[in-house]
Design a protein around this ligand. Structure first.
Ligand code: ADP
Length: 485
């Protein structure tokens, strides 16, 4: 099968979150299963990879004019990457905005340009995809553009649209929509009267042949008002075309036996070096060097989705209570909302057992995943989540809210002591988080003889992409079979 992926980010070129990991790893996994994959990505100004220039050039109609687009490329076994070059991207310092917490005002134009350009590129290359797999709101217009393409080139092409996070929808005014030079369809819109807005994610959900999201639990959750972000009605209507496929991870990049970002390696047979990595964390993050104190880490965008409001709210917040009353160390690695950054930094200044690091560092992420005892993910919602997979793979037990992919990949230790791999909790409150951490501490206090076999069990969890890529292959086949609208 010929599969064309269109995404705003992909490792190893650009990354703001889990989407980049999925696109990068899924493309490689599909290629290793024998599929032909072509990935279209923006060529952002901050990218430093050695790309090969091409002589492909065309124009895209936008803002009532013709915008010139060129391409760079990179070939890997089974995967061809094409990078869309236009000042919208090549002159941008960030993916969606100049900083991680701001957005470019003209994002609707940037990503409409990418979608339109992708289709032109495929025509110029004469590369007829069986399936175009569009990811998230940025590629929301793509399924519509494929259906409306007048050339006949995409006559046999089907589209899959994947939701990685329903909360980011790409909404803008009708006036802005005019700038995209796209023939308007009533299905683009949400709201009514003066509140009527064009919505790129909704457009993807309306026009794609099939839909997917990144875990079975999230695929159900988003059909409810609590998690549906206003689109639950549409998702219920299309529920027969919607599947939840849990993500895998790049098991070569995240491998405790051969991780080049780590000074010590360990394996399921011998986890003793994990203690040396814990010691290294305590040294590097200015914590007391003590093997007996349980070390919790958090690596995340600092946004309300991840449960930080509940963790930090109240006069004496849950985190503060834990730091003050329990023998525990916590490391936070993250960037995001300014207010959350500030609260964490203030708390970090007051507690010696809390290390707050407002930065994005892949090396630090690997070290923390590998050397910590527990990994805290109190997410309000989590479409799939990746960090719990990394944690499991490094024998770091996740303590997580029972939602989305967290519910699908972690087994609670108290509910199933024989198979448990972490702690799952339901109540999205500071109290809920406190109780969950205390349950984790109760397991810790049972000693190494109890914890080590649990760690090894967690490390045995199969988080490879091969399993998930097979489910996507099945979805592509079904999509081609045209079992939907
Ligand atoms: P989301 O996509 O909602 O941000 P995920 O858990 O699916 O959440 O993926 C987040 C990814 O980004 C993980 O690979 C995580 O390790 C990484 N990440 C987030 N913040 C940082 C940071 N400050 N430094 C390094 N890696 C980070």
């Amino acid at each position: 099968m010929k599969i064309c992926m269109v995404s705003s980010e992909s490792v190893p070129f650009s990354k703001s979150g889990g989407l980049a990991d999925v696109v990068g790893a899924l493309s490689k996994a599909l290629a290793s299963l024998g599929e032909e994959v072509l990935v279209v990505l923006p060529h952002y100004g901050f990218m430093t990879h050695e790309l090969i220039p091409t002589d492909i050039e065309h124009t895209v109609s936008l803002l009532g004019s013709e915008e010139r687009v060129t391409y760079a490329k990179l070939s890997e076994p089974g995967v061809e990457y094409y990078f869309v070059q236009h000042p919208f991207f090549t002159e941008s310092k960030g993916i969606y905005g100049p900083t991680s917490s701001s957005s470019y005002e003209y994002n609707h134009l940037r990503y409409t340009l990418q979608s339109k350009a992708s289709l032109e590129l495929l025509k110029i290359l004469g590369w007829k995809p069986d399936v175009i797999h569009a990811h998230d709101w940025t590629a929301g217009f793509l399924p519509y553009l494929v259906k409306r393409d007048p050339s006949g080139f995409f006559e046999k092409t089907k589209t899959v649209f994947s939701i990685h996070n329903l909360a980011y929808q790409g909404e803008f005014s009708r006036l802005d929509l005019l700038e995209t030079d796209i023939e308007v369809d009533p299905l683009f819109f949400v709201g009514s009267g003066p509140k009527k807005r064009a919505n790129m994610l909704k457009t993807g959900l309306e026009f794609a042949d099939t839909l997917s999201t990144v875990s079975p639990t999230y695929s159900k959750e988003i059909q409810t008002p609590e998690y549906g972000c206003g689109l639950e009605g549409l998702l219920q209507r299309r529920k027969d075309d919607l599947v939840g496929i849990i993500n895998g991870i790049d098991i070569d990049e995240w491998n405790p036996e051969s991780d080049p970002l780590l000074d010590y390696s360990f394996s399921i047979e011998d986890i003793s070096n994990k203690a040396l990595l814990k010691r290294q964390i305590q040294e590097e993050f200015n914590l007391e060097i003590n093997a007996d104190v349980p070390l919790f880490s958090m690596i995340s965008r600092l946004v309300s989705q991840k449960g930080f409001v509940e963790l930090l709210e109240g006069e004496v917040c849950a985190l503060e209570q834990l730091l003050a009353t329990e023998r525990i160390q916590v490391v936070v690695l993250g960037t995001g909302d300014w207010e959350l950054e500030k609260k964490f930094t203030e708390l970090g200044a007051r507690f010696e057992n809390l290390s707050v690091n407002i930065l994005f560092s892949n090396r630090a992420a690997h070290l923390l995943e590998a050397g910590s005892d527990f990994f805290l993910m109190p997410s309000r919602y989590e479409p799939c989540g990746l960090n719990q997979f990394y944690s499991l793979r490094y024998g770091t037990l996740p303590v997580a809210r029972r939602t989305g992919g967290l519910a699908d990949s972690i087994t609670d230790l108290d509910e199933d002591p024989q198979r448990g791999t972490g702690i799952l909790f339901d109540s999205m409150t500071g109290h809920g988080i406190l109780e969950a951490v205390r349950r984790a501490l109760a397991w810790w206090n049972r000693g190494r003889a109890v914890i080590d076999p649990i760690r090894k069990r967690a490390m045995a969890y199969d988080s490879s992409w091969t399993r998930s890529a097979r489910s996507y292959q099945e979805l592509y086949r079904k999509t081609q079979g045209g079992f939907t609208k």
